[in-house]
Design a binder for this molecule. Structure first.
Ligand code: FE2
Ligand code: FE2
Length: 275
């Protein structure tokens, strides 16, 4: 079984600034160290976008410092709160597509993970948060898919390409999701879509494919299926994702690391006849 970790919606702000009383940097560092300690066998870490809260250079510098000693390869994705140009200034070593987008293919045994760039900017307009995959990014995706005929594929997007039932978030999902699903339906080896953006653990099935969405390491979306406000936030426990791949299955776990006890047998109370 192969294992990767996923951290979504870090929303880094400068050290003195918080989000609803939470320090995004501290929350992120806690997730990183929890993942490293409890999952030393993870082969890869994906940061699923909204890395920075305001897209400032200083925020990317803080991220770079925080991951400085991390032991496993990291793949970065961008979200609506990011700024591609500022990201590139701080991470010039990270390759972009020839059109300048942050899209990556990760090979993991019999699985291939394709991370897409759904940031619909520049221009960076206030209050513009929906995602988009332009023609260039979709063409890149098809080119990559055509190279991978014999492996199982998972697609990673910051913006979910489907509704999630929160009216405010459904307004700012991937705006041209039909274009993506037109491609996906041609490739039967695409088996799952992973997203962030919503700041809540959600799973389901859409357009004949399974999906999983992970929480943020900072602020979460409250369970309010009526409000059209996409900025609603609540201090519920943060989480990161753990994805397992074996011959039969793709398995998505969510680890609420702030409330989780260490997964060491001796420290967990055994309950006879629990199951
Ligand atoms: Fe976010
Ligand atoms: Fe987002």
């Amino acid at each position: 079984m192969r294992k990767i970790l996923v951290i979504s919606d870090i929303h880094i702000r400068s050290i003195e600034k918080s989000i609803i009383g939470l320090s995004p940097l501290k929350q992120f560092k806690n997730a990183l160290s929890h993942g490293q300690k409890n999952h030393p066998d993870a082969e890869h870490l994906i940061l699923m976008g909204d890395i920075a809260h305001s897209g400032h250079i200083k925020e990317y510098e803080l991220i770079k410092r925080a991951i400085n000693n991390y032991q496993i390869p990291i793949t970065f994705m961008l979200g609506n709160h990011d700024n591609r140009e500022n990201f590139v200034k701080i991470f010039p070593e990270i390759p972009l597509t020839k059109e300048g987008h942050l899209q990556t293919v990760i090979n993991l045994g019999n699985d291939v993970l394709i991370c897409l760039d759904t940031l619909n900017s520049p221009p960076y307009l206030e209050g513009k948060h929906e995602g988009k995959l332009c023609t260039k990014r979709l063409e890149w995706l098809e080119q990559e898919l055509n190279k991978i005929r014999n492996k199982r594929i998972s697609i990673f997007t910051h913006h979910p390409p489907h509704n999630v039932g929160f009216p405010g978030m459904d307004k700012i999902k991937l705006s041209n999701s039909n274009d993506l699903f037109e491609i996906i339906k041609k490739y039967v080896n695409i088996k799952h879509i992973f997203s962030g953006h919503v700041h809540r653990t959600i799973s389901g099935h859409t357009n004949n494919i399974g999906f999983s969405i992970f929480k943020s390491t900072c602020h979460q979306m409250p369970m309010n299926l009526i409000s059209a406000d996409s900025s609603l936030s609540v201090k519920e426990p943060a989480a990161y994702g753990i994805i397992l791949f074996d011959d039969q299955s793709i398995i998505a776990h969510t680890e609420d690391y702030e409330i989780a006890r260490q997964a060491i047998a001796s420290s967990i109370d055994a309950m006879p006849d629990k199951l």
